[in-house]
Design a protein. Structure first.
Length: 373
């Protein structure tokens, strides 16, 4: 089996592609797998690190602004649209794939469009509840449209061959145990809050949870693990201004980066985070109630739609950035952590939404399309 994978720009597009490739490699030792990415993108580092071969095309996106700089960028993007298709054709002709798999991002467009024109079957994987523009366009010629959540189906053309597969979830997330995680982290029976805004951090989330962390530092009611990110080095001093030195409070674990996320999430009773697709899939797999603060600075506002898929199933609370205050975070955290019945309801509903065999479902789709079943 020869598989060409195209996806990049953000970890949300790259990691699912890597998970798919890794699962196929485990199942079929003789499978040939090649990634296509954008030179300078995150994929240039992440894919080779995972042990996969990679080729590159040059592509960029359109800017919505009418500024001179944006107009210049858009003219360059038009030029790259044609050149990237030629680059993609050369890669496809040389590799001769049985199937092309797209996981989103600009790079998926020229690769999958070219493959479809060449008569090679294509499939796409959409991680979000609200599909990206690229995937909606590619769906018209795709053999299958694999969805993380059923909510996304209504945004695709009715002729699209959609199937719900879920998002690939890491093995350590599925196998993590709450009691073992708490023991490993030295936590007791008090409620545990986990909050984070990604590896770079998110100022609004840092500011939003600061009041809750400061209160917990004073009254000891909750244990709190928080990752403030590379851009949040100011955070400990910010909480200190509220009267709490996080380094002197044993119930507070405040650090730049959470490098043992599976363990921390397993230990948590409540998660406060953005609503990226992969994060939510992990929250669901672990059955964690959550307070979601969607980033408004993403394409098609997809994080809001991701969050609402959980909110509508009574598995999460949402706070939009325009409404975000320390007081509201504390209010929503208390309403869950001090109400065991509500906490259990959200736990059960999150777990019901989880798809923990996504890798196998995606692999089955690939095998069917390529005639290996």
């Amino acid at each position: 089996m020869r598989i060409l994978l195209a996806g990049g720009g953000t970890a949300g597009h790259i990691n699912p592609a890597l998970a798919i490739a890794g699962y196929v490699r485990d199942k079929e030792k003789n499978a040939k797998i090649l990634f296509v990415g954008n030179r300078g993108g995150m994929e240039e580092t992440l894919v080779p690190k995972a042990g996969f071969d990679m080729e590159f095309i040059t592509i960029s996106g359109f800017k919505r602004s009418l500024s001179p700089a944006a107009m210049k960028q858009n003219a360059l993007t038009v030029k790259r649209t044609f050149s990237s298709s030629k680059e993609a054709r050369k890669i496809i002709e040389d590799f001769k794939p049985d199937i092309c798999v797209g996981t989103g991002g600009y790079v998926s467009g020229p690769v999958l469009r070219t493959a479809a024109k060449m008569g090679i079957p294509t499939i796409i994987h959409e991680q979000n509840a609200y599909p990206g523009v690229t995937n909606k366009m590619l769906a018209k010629s795709a053999k299958r449209v694999m969805l993380a959540v059923k909510d996304a189906e209504k945004y695709f053309d009715k002729k699209s061959n959609c199937v719900v597969t879920g998002n690939p979830v890491r093995k350590e997330i599925i196998s993590a145990n709450k009691e073992e995680a708490r023991k490993q982290l030295g936590l007791d029976e008090r409620p545990v809050v986990l909050s984070f805004g990604g590896s770079l951090g998110a100022r609004m989330i840092n500011e939003g949870v600061a009041g809750l962390i400061a209160r917990s530092g004073k009254d000891g009611k909750y244990q709190h693990i928080h990752g403030y990110g590379k851009n949040g080095l100011w955070f400990p001093d910010y909480v200190k201004e509220k009267g709490v030195d996080v380094r002197k409070c044993p119930n507070l674990d405040v650090r730049e980066y959470i490098d043992n996320m599976a363990t921390c999430m397993a230990a948590a009773d409540l998660v406060i985070s953005r609503s990226g697709a992969i994060t939510l899939s992990e929250i669901q797999a672990m059955g964690k109630p959550s307070i979601l603060i969607p980033s408004p600075n993403v394409a098609e506002n997809h994080q809001y739609h991701n969050a609402m898929a959980l909110v509508n199933n009574r598995a999460a609370e949402i706070i939009e950035e325009k409404d975000l205050t320390e007081e509201l975070v504390i209010e929503k955290a208390d309403s869950l952590l001090q109400n065991p019945e509500k906490l259990k309801e959200y736990t059960d509903n999150a777990r019901k939404m989880a798809i923990i065999d996504a890798n196998e479902r995606i692999y089955s789709v690939i095998r069917k399309i390529t005639g290996h079943i």
